[in-house]
Design a protein around this ligand. Structure first.
Ligand SMILES: *[C@@H]1O[C@H](CO)[C@@H](O)[C@H](O)[C@H]1NC(C)=O
Ligand SMILES: *[C@@H]1O[C@H](CO)[C@@H](O)[C@H](O)[C@H]1NC(C)=O
Ligand SMILES: *[C@@H]1O[C@H](CO)[C@@H](O)[C@H](O)[C@H]1NC(C)=O
Ligand SMILES: *[C@@H]1O[C@H](CO)[C@@H](O)[C@H](O)[C@H]1NC(C)=O
Ligand SMILES: *[C@@H]1O[C@H](CO)[C@@H](O)[C@H](O)[C@H]1NC(C)=O
Ligand SMILES: *[C@@H]1O[C@H](CO)[C@@H](O)[C@H](O)[C@H]1NC(C)=O
Ligand SMILES: *[C@@H]1O[C@H](CO)[C@@H](O)[C@H](O)[C@H]1NC(C)=O
Ligand SMILES: *[C@@H]1O[C@H](CO)[C@@H](O)[C@H](O)[C@H]1NC(C)=O
Ligand SMILES: *[C@@H]1O[C@H](CO)[C@@H](O)[C@H](O)[C@H]1NC(C)=O
Ligand SMILES: *[C@@H]1O[C@H](CO)[C@@H](O)[C@H](O)[C@H]1NC(C)=O
Ligand SMILES: *[C@@H]1O[C@H](CO)[C@@H](O)[C@H](O)[C@H]1NC(C)=O
Ligand SMILES: *[C@@H]1O[C@H](CO)[C@@H](O)[C@H](O)[C@H]1NC(C)=O
Length: 372
C-alpha cells in the first residue's frame, strides 16, 4: 500500500460516514467522497430522504431494517457500488412489493461474506402463492452494464428476482434458499423471472424454491450456467405469450443440475397467442428425481383442453447431453406441438432420461425427435 493509499484509507476510516467530508491532507483542506452507509432501524429514513446518491463513492446497506409496506429503492445509480452487509430485513405487510429495487447503469451490487436478505416469507406463505394473501415480490432489477454478486436471499414471500428491461447484466453466485417453503406453504417462488432483457448471464446460482428456477418470458442472449435448482419447476422458457413482448431467442442453459423438481427442461407457450421461441439450447444438464416431466415442450399452456396451437413456433431447439431420472409416476419426455411447422429444426443428442413413463400422446414431433 502506498503512503497516499494508506492516508486515504485512514481518512476514510475516521471521517463521518454520510456524504462528502472535508479532510486535512498534505496541509490543505480537500473534499473526500465517501461511501454512504445506511444502517439499522434508522437507516431507511435517511435513505428515503436522499434523492441522489451521486455524492456517495459507494452505498453500504448494513444491518438495515426496512419498515413494512415500503420498497428499499436505489434508483438513478451511476458508476457506483451497492454492498449489503449483515442481515437486511423487512416489516410485515400484505402488499405487492417489491421489497428491494435497484436501477441504474454501471453498478456493482455485492453481498458481503455472511450477509443475507431475509424476506421472512413464512409470515405470508399460505400455500396459494400469487393468490391468497397479497405477497410482496422480492427483488426488482433494472440495470445495464452491471453485476450482482454473492447475494444470499432466504424465504421470499413469492417471486424472487424480476429482471425486466436489463441489458448486459451478470449475476454470479446468487443463493436463493426458500427450502423452508417446501413444508411451510411456499408457492410461486420463482427464482429468476426474465423479460424484455438482453445479454443476461447467471452463473453459479443455487435455487431452492417452489416454482420455476428460471422463467424467461421474453429476451435475447441469455445464459444460465453452472447452476443448481432444487425443489421447483425446473429451467423454463415461458410461459411465452400474451405479454407486451413475446419473443425469446438465443438462450443457453449449461452445466447445471435440476433435482427434486416437477419438471427439468421446459418450454411452455400459451394457447391461442403469438410470438416466437428460437435458438434455445440446453447442454450438460443433469436431472434427478423429476416428479412430473423430465423434458417438455407444450404449446397448449393455459388451455384446459390441452390442445396445442401454432402461433408461437419453437425453432432451433437444441438438447445436448441431458441425462438423469424421472420419478416412476412422472413422464420422461412430453412434446405437444400445434402443427407440423410450429416445432421445427430441433436437434437432440445425448438425451438419456429414464425412470418415468413413456407417453404415446406426443403431437407433431419435429423430424428426428422421439418421445421415448
Ligand atoms: C468541499 O465541499 C464543500 C461543500 O460540501 C464546498 O463548499 C467546497 O467548495 C469544497 N471544497 C473543495 C476544495 O472542493
Ligand atoms: C428528511 O428530510 C426532512 C426535510 O428535509 C428533514 O426535516 C428530516 O430531518 C430528514 N430526516 C432524516 C432522517 O434525514
Ligand atoms: C463504472 O463505474 C466505476 C466506479 O464504480 C468507474 O470506475 C468506471 O469508470 C465506470 N465505467 C464507465 C464505463 O463509466
Ligand atoms: C458515469 O456515468 C455517466 C452516465 O452513465 C457516464 O456518462 C460517465 O462517463 C461515467 N463517469 C465515469 C467517471 O465513469
Ligand atoms: C430471518 O428472520 C427470521 C425472523 O426474524 C429469523 O427467525 C431467521 O433466523 C432469519 N434467517 C436468517 C437466515 O437470517
Ligand atoms: C452500457 O455500456 C455500453 C458500452 O460501454 C454503452 O454503449 C451504453 O451506453 C451503456 N449503457 C448505458 C445505459 O449507459
Ligand atoms: C458490460 O458491462 C460490463 C460491466 O459489468 C462492462 O465492463 C462491459 O464493457 C459491458 N459490455 C458492453 C458490451 O457494454
Ligand atoms: C460452479 O459452481 C460451484 C459452486 O456452486 C463452484 O464451486 C465451481 O467453481 C463452479 N465451476 C465453474 C466452472 O465455474
Ligand atoms: C444462438 O444462441 C447462442 C447462445 O445464446 C448464441 O451464442 C448464438 O450466437 C446464437 N445463434 C444465432 C444464429 O443467433
Ligand atoms: C423427490 O422430490 C420430491 C419433490 O421435491 C420430494 O418430496 C422427495 O422427497 C424427493 N425424493 C427423493 C428420494 O429425494
Ligand atoms: C454431460 O453432462 C454432465 C452434467 O450433467 C457432465 O458431468 C458430463 O461431463 C457431460 N458429458 C460430456 C461428454 O460433456
Ligand atoms: C436454425 O436452424 C437452421 C437449420 O439448422 C439454420 O439454418 C439457422 O441458421 C438456424 N437459425 C438460428 C437462429 O439458429
Amino acid at each position: 500500500m502506498s503512503s497516499m493509499m494508506r492516508l486515504i484509507s485512514i481518512l476514510l476510516a475516521v471521517l463521518p460516514f454520510l456524504g462528502v467530508g472535508n479532510a486535512l491532507a498534505w496541509g490543505r483542506i480537500v473534499n473526500v467522497t465517501q461511501p454512504c452507509v445506511f444502517h439499522g432501524p434508522t437507516g431507511y429514513a435517511w435513505l428515503a430522504n436522499i434523492t441522489s446518491f451521486s455524492h456517495c463513492s459507494g452505498i453500504i446497506i448494513s444491518g438495515l431494517k426496512v419498515p413494512a409496506g415500503v420498497t428499499l429503492s436505489l434508483r438513478n445509480l451511476k458508476n457506483t457500488s451497492v454492498t449489503f452487509q449483515g442481515e437486511t430485513s423487512w416489516g410485515y405487510q400484505e402488499w405487492a412489493g417489491p421489497l428491494l429495487s435497484i436501477e441504474g447503469n454501471n453498478v456493482t451490487v455485492k453481498g458481503a461474506p455472511g450477509s443475507v436478505l431475509n424476506g421472512t416469507g413464512e409470515l405470508w406463505w399460505d400455500g396459494e402463492g400469487s393468490d391468497g394473501k397479497t405477497k410482496p415480490k422480492f427483488f426488482k432489477l433494472k440495470l445495464t452494464n452491471s453485476t450482482v454478486d454473492d447475494i444470499r436471499i432466504v424465504n421470499s414471500p413469492v417471486h424472487v428476482f424480476s429482471i425486466n428491461n436489463c441489458r448486459n447484466l451478470t449475476l454470479a453466485n446468487i443463493m436463493i434458499d426458500n427450502s423452508l417453503g417446501d413444508k411451510r406453504g411456499g408457492h410461486n417462488t420463482d427464482g429468476f423471472d426474465i423479460s424484455e432483457s438482453s445479454d443476461i448471464t447467471i452463473v453459479g446460482a443455487k435455487v431452492y424454491n417452489q416454482d420455476d428456477c428460471v422463467a424467461i418470458n421474453s429476451g435475447t442472449n441469455i445464459v444460465f450456467r453452472n447452476g443448481t435448482c432444487v425443489g421447483g419447476h425446473g429451467l423454463s422458457i415461458g410461459s411465452v405469450g400474451g405479454r407486451t413482448n413475446n419473443i425469446v431467442s438465443n438462450v443457453l442453459f449449461e452445466d447445471s443440475l435440476i433435482a427434486d423438481s416437477e419438471n427439468g427442461v421446459r418450454i411452455k407457450t400459451k394457447s391461442g397467442e403469438s410470438g416466437t421461441v428460437s435458438n434455445v439450447t440446453y447442454k450438460n444438464i443433469r436431472l434427478e428425481n423429476i416428479t412430473k416431466i423430465g423434458i417438455t415442450v407444450d404449446q397448449s399452456y393455459g388451455a384446459t383442453s390441452k390442445a396445442p396451437t401454432s402461433g408461437i413456433p419453437v425453432t432451433n431447439f437444441t438438447l445436448v447431453n441431458i441425462t438423469g431420472t424421472v420419478n416412476a409416476k412422472g413422464t420422461n419426455i412430453f412434446v405437444n406441438c400445434g402443427n407440423s411447422s410450429s416445432c421445427e429444426s430441433w436437434s437432440w443428442s445425448g438425451v438419456h432420461v429414464t425412470g418415468g413413463k413413456k407417453t404415446k400422446k406426443c403431437l407433431n414431433l419435429p423430424a428426428g425427435i422421439s418421445c421415448s
